[in-house]
Design a binder for this molecule. Sequence first.
Ligand code: PLP
Length: 390
Amino acid sequence: MNLSTRITNITGGGSDGWDVFYKARRMIAAGTQVAELTIGEHDIRTAPDILKNMHQAALGGHTGYAAVPGTLSLRKTVADRIAARTGVPTTADNILITPGGQAALFAAHIAACDPGDTALYIDPYYATYPGTIRGAGAMPRAIVTDPAQNFVPNMDVLAKAAPAAKSLLINTPNNPTGFIYNQHILEQISGICRTHNLWLISDEVYDTQIWDGTHISPRQLPDMANRTLVIGSMSKSHAMTGSRIGWICGPAAAISHLANLATHTTYGVPGYIQDAAEYALQQGAALEAEIAAPFNRRRQITMDALKAQNMVKAIPAQGAMYVMLDIRATGLSGINFANTLLDTEHIAVMPGESFGQAAAGHVRVAMTIDDDRYASALQKLITFAQTNAA
Ligand code: PLP
């Protein structure tokens, strides 16, 4: 039986640049010690008090079908948090609770695009973006950026692509680059969305991991709340990656249609997970800062380690849990560098090519192992770059 082209085309065919990650997983399974600096998974687990709360909610009976758009109290908690952070009036009607940011990204594209519509995204990008757009039935079109411009999109290129598109997906703080879009950049992007009537899908899952600069949600810019769908998640902010809980914040009319989509797809998120998420959010900014702190420390370790040499340069990471390293001076591609580094030094990093064409000749390092092991892996990576330069 033939399967639909929509499902068979999700990955777009060819290598998706994740070979290094899978090879590292196989090496670890076979007993090799590998410094795993590939995916955005914290080296801590979800805090015991959040888990206790989840357990109690389940024991208390919140194990049946939960309210599909999310429990009213969690939606209110998320709405209040967003209103406090952005100044934009936000109520439970603006919030749909989803099984993680990934499900929110998919649903947002279904809401913004009809089948065959063009959906723009910025290259380099979080690995699932083009597949998510294809899965939603739209046509992904990358806006390729330049490392020399800190991977910020060229506004002329964006404005040229906009008339043929329905939506634009951005991500700040950015995975993989760690860059944060400032007010000026966001104003330019928002202006293009208003002029060309685009939905702006704003992926803000790293909004609690800010080291340098300020996080601004474009939803708070003039006339943007009615055309912005913000993607949020508890994965990174509260080390709850496995709990699969996030949200979409958008205009009430869009959220009510998105709730219909949820009824016909996920049928919501388990009630005990929602209760634990609400508890976690109620712990406030101190807990979020505590969870984010190790990445800032390791970013500093990275900057210090890179000071004394010129072979490896860091894109200044302003936020998130990654640092993008420019290894073009070695003459190696990101893929060759990452593969040989794994084979010889047992250090796993992601080739820049996994995130699109703009980050070729770079590698992304997830700062997700303890400080001492991280510092030692980074030193080895630098020595490797120096000895393997073509
Ligand atoms: N968006 C970005 C930029 C990410 O890096 C990730 C995960 O790494 C996600 C969304 C999805 O996160 P989750 O589905 O765990 O909320």
